[in-house]
Design a binder for this molecule. Structure first.
Ligand code: BG6
Ligand code: MG
Length: 215
């Protein structure tokens, strides 16, 4: 099979914004006296803002009104936007730029497939935007990972079949989405959380694209 495109998740793959999401959710939790743990935060990776709040309220055993939920979604995002406001190219994860350079030289198309509605702000602030041929983010999808919608829209937008696309993901929900979409999935992180991935690497440091993208 000749693979033609690489589809990247954003948070936790290209930049480490998980810490900012965690901080913003933790702060919000104070409103209903709930202390979010790091293990729980792991389960929020790749999950949309609305679904994340629902999960947290569930853990907290707090039944919120729709009005409370709407207010908290806004408050969480305002805090998150404050936290990412000073992001800069130094927050691109190690090895990412070199890897993007390699795949560009090898002729792969490059797309983003992220659940975040703040993806474009982050790509601008970190200077990653020019690398992308296409951006599919949380504003363009109606179904959250593990539904494959975000990646299928990526393939479609590039004019390619899903089978020639390779997805890079740090979240289990994202790996499941890629597999559900008939794509190859490369997990970034720990084998324990990414068992469904076709290949797993800890990060992009020293990765040789020509070797990694052989299946
Ligand atoms: C995903 C993150 O990329 O985007 C999740 O892994 C986050 O933690 C989701 O909740 C939605 O992000 P945003 O920026 O639209 O609140
Ligand atoms: Mg992610």
């Amino acid at each position: 099979m000749i693979y033609k495109a690489c589809l990247f998740d954003l948070d936790g793959v290209l930049v480490d914004t998980a810490i900012y999401h965690f901080q913003a959710w933790k702060n919000l939790g104070k409103q209903f006296a709930y202390e979010l743990t790091e293990e729980q935060n792991e389960q929020l990776k790749g999950v949309s803002r609305v679904e994340s709040l629902n999960k947290i309220l569930n853990w907290a055993n707090y039944s919120a009104t729709q009005e409370e939920k709407n207010t908290w979604l806004i408050e969480k995002n305002e805090e998150y936007l404050r936290l990412i406001s000073n992001m800069n190219p130094s927050e691109i994860l190690p090895g990412v730029l070199d890897f993007l350079q390699q795949i560009k030289s090898l002729g792969y198309k490059i797309a983003l497939g992220s659940a975040s509605k703040n993806a474009e702000i982050i790509l601008e602030k970190t200077g990653l935007m020019p690398w992308f041929d296409l951006i599919i983010d949380g504003n363009k999808v109606s179904k959250s990972k593990p539904d494959p919608e975000v990646f299928l829209k990526g393939a479609e937008g590039l004019g390619l079949q899903p089978e020639v696309c390779i997805v890079f993901e740090d979240a289990q929900a994202g790996v499941e989405a890629a597999k559900a979409g008939n794509m190859k999935a490369i997990g970034i992180g720990e084998p324990e959380t990414l068992s469904l991935a076709d290949k797993i690497i800890p990060n992009f440091i020293g990765v040789k694209a020509a070797e990694l993208l052989q299946f």
